[in-house]
Design a protein around this ligand. Structure first.
Ligand code: SAH
Length: 231
């Protein structure tokens, strides 16, 4: 079973939205499993302290290396083949290509930061790979971890009803998806493009391809530089 082991200071946030819809159904059907580790179980002293002030001064608090490593080491052994991800705005931006690779693997270990982040020493010593969900700052790694897990889990075999729909989505071939329409045929004076009602599948496919290209040119020209994945 595809297993995610997640380290957090806010275990009550999980499964949260991951318990709903596709990912929730996947949990109930045992297509994947979510193990939650409360980092605070390894906190120090009567107050179970997990953080301390930054060396060198400055605002905020930093998660201690000894506390985080104790939490990791209590459940992970060195032979665990799963990538260890640290959610972090300094990380490599998450991409659909990366999500696909992880969905095909055995699962993930995910560490959620809080406060100013984690002591730098534990990142390298425990082989963590930093991953960002975008160029903005959230208050913790939990929501980024949920976004990442949702993206991976929907690709697991059996989670999405029609697995073909995964092949036509935005970012496949570095193109944004073509516009979608459904009933009613006419709405507030706007008709569905005639070609989509023609039943000519070759023509429809061509039209969609052209629309995808136009949208990508207008909104995300940066994707075009990456090619269409077919060359
Ligand atoms: N001081 C840090 C930000 C800390 S935000 C800095 O400037 O880089 C607190 C935690 O939220 C981080 O440790 C990380 O786990 C999470 N986080 C915040 N923004 C994120 C993002 N864009 N992607 C992934 N994780 C993020």
């Amino acid at each position: 079973m595809w297993t995610a082991t997640l380290f957090t200071l806010l275990p009550e946030m999980f499964p949260g939205p991951l318990g709903q819809s596709l990912s929730g159904e996947g949990l109930r059907q045992k297509i994947w499993e979510l193990q939650i580790e409360d980092i605070r179980n390894h906190g120090l002293g009567r107050h179970r302290a997990v953080d301390d002030t930054p060396a060198g001064g400055g605002p905020g608090m930093v998660i201690r290396a000894d506390v985080l490593s104790a939490s990791l080491d209590s459940v992970l052994d060195a032979a665990d083949p799963r990538p260890r991800l640290l959610m972090s705005p300094r990380g490599r931006p998450l991409s659909q290509a990366q999500v696909k690779t992880w969905a095909q693997g055995p699962g993930l270990c995910i560490i959620c930061g809080r406060f100013e982040g984690v002591d730098e020493r534990v990142i390298a010593a425990r082989g963590m790979q930093e991953v960002s969900i975008g160029d903005y700052i959230l208050s913790g790694g939990e929501i980024p971890a949920m976004a990442l897990l949702d993206a991976c889990v929907r690709l697991l075999p059996g989670v999405m009803g029609k697995s073909a729909s995964a092949l036509e989505e935005s970012f496949e071939n570095n193109r944004l998806e073509y516009p979608q329409f459904t009933r009613p045929r006419e709405w507030e004076g706007h008709a569905i493009p005639e070609i989509l009602l023609s039943g000519d599948h070759a023509k429809i496919a061509k039209w969609r391809q052209a629309q995808s290209l136009e949208l990508t040119k207008a909104r995300r020209p940066d994707l075009l530089d990456k090619g269409d994945g077919q060359t």
